[in-house]
Design a protein around this ligand. Structure first.
Ligand SMILES: [Zn+2]
Length: 196
């Protein structure tokens, strides 16, 4: 009688469904921080965490930019906090949506109509609640997957662009510095240096 091996443990396939779309290069092994995506929070974010988040948001007439930690390579802001006794890392845009909508379901993603990864302005033209599948469809519809929108065609890459924007806003909203960061030029070449 053959011994019953406990079925050679099938490695759990986790997380990230990689949908391969025409013209979409799935090549980079995306270490995008999405493993926490579907995990519900143990509790709503504390007032202290919310205050810490809000303190890192710079409001401009357009986007509201998160100026804390930026994830490489996706260029999203991120915030760490303790949830249910464990450290959690959540995308800043996702955190912003949680504040508006409550905790999000597993397929829920933040969708940036403004295509600025650091934007945490929930509302028309900026950040909205979508689904992973709708987000991909949007990417295809706008050509984003082909790199035709600002964050995607930026030679600095999504992370480089986000960091430039973040750094330009660390001293608060300065239209010239922001414009330079968005355009990818040296702020000092178009504006007097700002001392702070
Ligand atoms: Zn925006």
């Amino acid at each position: 009688m053959p011994p019953h091996h406990p079925a050679a443990a099938t490695p759990a396939v986790d997380g990230d469904d990689q949908l391969v779309l025409p013209g979409f290069d799935p090549a980079p092994p995306t270490p995008v921080r999405s493993s926490y995506r579907g995990t519900p929070l143990a509790a709503p974010p504390s007032a202290a965490t919310i205050a810490r988040f809000r303190a890192k948001v710079v409001v401009t007439p357009g986007c509201h930019f998160f100026v804390g930690a930026v994830s490489n390579p996706d260029g999203y802001g991120r915030i760490n906090f303790v949830d249910g006794g464990a450290q959690r890392t959540v995308g800043a845009h996702r955190f912003a949506l949680i504040l508006v909508h409550g905790d999000l379901g597993p397929d829920a993603v933040g969708e940036h109509d403004c295509d600025e990864t650091l934007c945490v302005r929930v509302g028309d033209g900026h950040l909205k609640l979508g689904t992973q599948s709708a987000n991909l469809a949007h990417a295809v519809a706008t050509g984003r997957h082909l790199g035709s929108t600002p964050a995607y065609r930026d030679p600095r890459g999504r992370y480089g662009r986000a960091v430039a924007i973040r750094d330009a806003l660390l001293g608060g909203y300065d239209p010239d510095r922001l414009r330079a960061a968005l355009a990818g030029v040296d702020a000092d070449s178009i504006a007097a240096p700002t001392l702070f």
